[in-house]
Unconditional design. Structure first.
Ligand code: F6P
Length: 322
């Protein structure tokens, strides 16, 4: 192999730049050239290629977002789209592709490998942490810390005025962010999609426990909770609470900002390993970190698994909310 490509796909996550840097620089140290592909699979279809040498990825490790841009592409998920993508890659002499993204992006990569023989390796990048095959995804730790910082600030005003805040964090179908943020932030309640929400019980608990014992409180709501988002839930129970309440939806703020040391280190290790895997002729795997060790997990295994939420975090957050 002489040349590899790298792209970001799906939602951006802080630490993607650190991963791009690691890919380009590890490739250079193995005497491989790297081509950056702008704007994900959509950009690949349009031939948006840019050569990336070690100096092109200097001074980016500290920034969120991605210097390559990212996108979600419908066209790539059609066979004709992937045929076009393979043609673009072949014409550019790119034999191996590193895809930084979520499991939807992995599925596209796997099809590209199966149908057109392009070697592919995935790097897990999403703030949702919902990709099996790795204990943490790139961006998760930063997003947890960003949301935590917001909660700490909300506590100041909540306590000052004696209010309850419903704080919505991202997580369309999983509650990793919510559970970690709630436990770290000392929330009184946490609502996640994995646990059915009983609105009446929630209301009772807030009335009986929070209302009587505390001046302020925080309820963390994952955006994909089965009972709805924070705005919905707050609207439904506002009038039954004995405490004044407000809603704060953190939204895309959680996606940006300086990646934490933890995310940068993860990105460095996974970026380097992805290139080593390609250089060694391996394909159809996602790199990840399990119990501190960098691993390669076949895509099939990643797709078969369901990453379990740490339900004990939810439980413990409530037990400690006293
Ligand atoms: O990247 C994952 C994620 O941040 C989810 O938590 C969220 O539901 C979604 O992306 C938002 O996507 P978009 O940026 O397209 O609004």
């Amino acid at each position: 192999m002489r040349k590899i490509g790298v792209l970001c796909s799906g939602g951006d996550a802080p630490g993607m730049n650190a991963a791009i840097r690691a890919v380009v620089r590890r490739a250079a140290s193995l005497e491989l050239e790297t081509t950056g592909i702008r704007n994900g699979y959509a950009g690949l279809l349009r031939g948006e290629l840019v050569p990336l040498g070690p100096r092109d990825v200097g001074n980016i490790v500290q920034f969120g977002g991605t210097i390559l841009g990212t996108a979600r592409s419908r066209e790539f998920y059609r066979p004709e789209g992937r045929a076009r993508a393979a043609q673009v890659l072949r014409e550019a002499g790119i034999e191996g592709l590193v895809v930084i993204g979520g499991d939807g992006s992995y599925r596209g990569a796997q099809l590209l490998a199966a149908e057109h023989g392009i070697h592919v390796v995935g790097i897990p990048g999403t703030i949702d942490n919902d990709i099996p095959g790795t204990d943490a995804t790139i961006g998760f730790d930063t997003a947890v810390n960003t949301a935590l910082d917001a909660i700490d600030r909300l506590r100041d005003t909540a306590e000052a005025l004696g209010r309850l805040f419903f704080v919505e964090v991202m997580g369309r179908s999983t509650g990793f962010l919510a559970a970690h943020v709630a436990l770290a932030g000392g929330a009184d309640q946490v609502l996640v999609p994995e646990v059915p929400t009983d609105i009446e019980a929630l209301c009772r608990r807030i009335r009986d426990e929070v209302g009587k014992k505390k001046r302020s409180a925080i309820v963390v709501v994952a955006e994909g909770d089965d009972a709805g988002g924070a705005v919905d839930i707050a609207r439904r129970i506002k009038d039954d609470l004995s405490i004044d309440s407000r809603v704060c939806v953190l939204g895309h703020i959680q996606r940006g900002g300086k990646p934490t040391a933890r995310d940068r280190i993860l990105a460095a290790r996974l970026g380097a390993r992805a290139v080593e895997a390609l250089a060694a002729g391996r394909s159809g795997v996602a790199v990840g970190e399990r119990k501190g060790v960098v691993v390669e997990v076949p895509f099939d295994e990643v797709f078969r698994e369901q990453k379990p939420l740490e339900l004990e975090f939810v439980d413990l957050a409530e037990k400690l909310s006293g």
